[in-house]
Design a protein around this ligand. Structure first.
Ligand code: 5GP
Ligand code: ZN
Length: 113
């Protein structure tokens, strides 16, 4: 997707602080961290949101959760963490490329605002 910020990050056209990469996904630090650890994990394939997942493209989501759990260990989130997906306008999604926030290093509130 030509105008997608996360596609550009994935292609290396916009710099990012990468923490993990394989053929399917990329993980990098959020530009505006909301917790001591705030990593975004994205599929390299452009999927606009969780609402665009299908039987064909959704396998990457389980892979992202496995990567998140591995990163949480590597980044020292021994006390727990939160994985967040914002979907659509009411969900607070600002970048229209599927991504999961891995947040940790502080205690989180519930319910979210
Ligand atoms: P959303 O609100 O869509 O769930 O989350 C988008 C996230 O992407 C925000 O937390 C925002 O700080 C982050 N973000 C937006 N543009 C960039 C960028 O160019 N680089 C990085 N590293 N993060 C970005
Ligand atoms: Zn994209």
């Amino acid at each position: 997707m030509a105008d997608c910020v996360f596609c550009k990050i994935s292609a290396g056209e916009i710099p990012s602080k990468k923490v993990y990469e394989d053929d399917k996904v990329l993980a990098f630090y959020d530009l505006d961290p909301q917790a001591p650890v705030h990593v975004l994990i994205i599929p390299k394939e452009h999927i606009a949101s969780a609402d665009e997942l299908t039987e064909e493209n959704s396998g990457v989501v389980s892979h992202i959760f496995l990567v998140a759990a591995r990163l949480a260990k590597e980044l020292g989130l021994k006390n727990g963490y939160r994985i967040v997906n914002n979907c659509g306008e009411d969900g607070g999604q600002t970048v229209k490329h599927l991504h999961f926030h891995l947040l940790g290093g502080r205690s989180m509130k519930w319910p979210p605002g």
